[in-house]
Each structure stands twice: as structure tokens, then as C-alpha cells.
Design a binder for this molecule. Structure first.
Ligand SMILES: [Zn+2]
Length: 198
């Protein structure tokens, strides 16, 4: 039996009764208030640190909390998840949440260190080449917040994101969360012209 299945069984037996009516009420659909883009890192527990329940967060996770720029001929999984969340569910805010000690950003800073991982190396090398002048000489902390801002600018390439920002139905924020202290160490907002301000 998988370790996860054991944990689910224990949850069903010991915890679920406290949440059953909440989940029954969600049977007919979801109305999440936030589309969260965050890193796959296991130390980031969004429902825990934001004290949210099932039905509140619609989440895209990948290494480095990355959003590929709009490319309708080759839609990424992130793109179709964004489209569904904004255009179908009508989620009123997107938050890109980077985090302290991000391994993906560590790899972006020091590509030599990840040479043994051909897929990670290639992806981060491409990312670095696209933004060479901005990445050069930045500390890990600077890179982590720069990366969040860069994803907000990538979000702005999606027509339905721009439209939502311009008609006021959508707000887009970026932040960096430090899981060792529960502090938000960087906070920014994307405006309707594609600029970020703190
Ligand atoms: Zn990370």
C-alpha cells in the first residue's frame, strides 16, 4: 500500500467527519477565490499557510512557479489551466507565489551545478538565455523575486488576463513566501498596463 493511501485512510477515519458537510456542499461545483501559481517544492503548503479549505484555491504547481508566455499554437498545461480558471470559473485574482530557498532558482543561478539533470539544465539554460542581462549578478533572493515579477509579465501576454485587468474583473499579485518564518518577504501587483508596483 502506498504511503499516501495510508494517510488518506487515516484522514477518512479520523478527520474527514469534521469536513464532510463542507465537501458535500461543493458537490455541485467550485467557486475558488484565488488562482495560485506556486512551486512544486514540498515545503510549500498553500492550504496550510493561507488557512484555506478545499474549494478556495485553484492551483498550478511546477518547479520554479513558471508560466510560459502565451502561445496559442502550442498551449501548455499551465495555459489551459489558466484559461479554465479565469474564463470558465471567473476567479477574481491570480497570485504567483515564489519561495525562499527555491531549488529551481538556485539552478538558474548556477547552471553548472545541475549539469547532471539534462531536462532541468536545458529548460533553465533557455530561460537564462532569454533573460541574460536581467539574471546576471543577482543573488538567489533577488532572483526569486525577479522570477515572480517575470511570471506576472508572462501572465500579461494572455489576452483574457489583460482583458480582466483592464475591465477590473481580475487582480494579479506576486509574492515570495519564506516557509521558515511564515513571512511574505516580497509583494507586488501587476497593473492594467503590464507594469508591476510594490
Ligand atoms: Zn521552488
Amino acid at each position: 500500500m502506498s504511503l499516501l493511501l495510508k494517510k488518506i485512510q487515516s484522514y477518512k477515519e479520523n478527520v474527514f467527519q469534521n469536513h464532510e458537510s463542507h465537501y458535500q456542499s461543493l458537490k455541485s461545483g467550485q467557486e475558488p477565490h484565488t488562482l495560485l501559481v506556486t512551486c512544486s517544492d514540498s515545503r510549500i503548503c498553500p492550504q496550510e499557510f493561507s488557512q484555506t479549505q478545499g474549494g478556495e484555491l485553484f492551483i498550478i504547481r511546477n518547479a520554479g512557479n513558471l508560466i510560459p508566455p502565451y502561445d496559442p499554437a502550442h498551449p501548455s498545461n499551465e495555459a489551459l489551466t489558466l484559461e479554465y480558471g479565469i474564463s470558465v470559473l471567473g476567479i477574481p485574482e491570480i497570485v504567483v507565489c515564489g519561495h525562499a530557498s527555491c531549488g529551481a532558482m538556485g539552478g538558474l543561478k548556477d547552471l553548472e551545478h545541475i549539469k547532471s539533470l539534462p531536462l532541468v539544465h536545458k529548460a533553465l539554460e533557455n530561460y537564462r538565455q532569454t533573460h541574460a542581462a536581467e539574471v546576471e549578478g543577482q543573488s538567489l533572493e533577488e532572483l526569486i523575486s525577479w522570477n515572480v515579477t517575470t511570471q506576472l509579465k508572462a501572465l500579461f501576454t494572455y489576452p483574457f488576463v489583460r482583458e480582466g485587468l483592464q475591465n477590473g474583473s481580475l487582480k494579479v499579485f506576486g509574492m515570495v513566501y519564506d516557509f521558515t518564518t511564515a513571512e511574505v518577504t516580497f509583494n507586488t501587483q501587476l497593473n492594467e498596463t503590464g507594469e508591476c508596483s510594490q
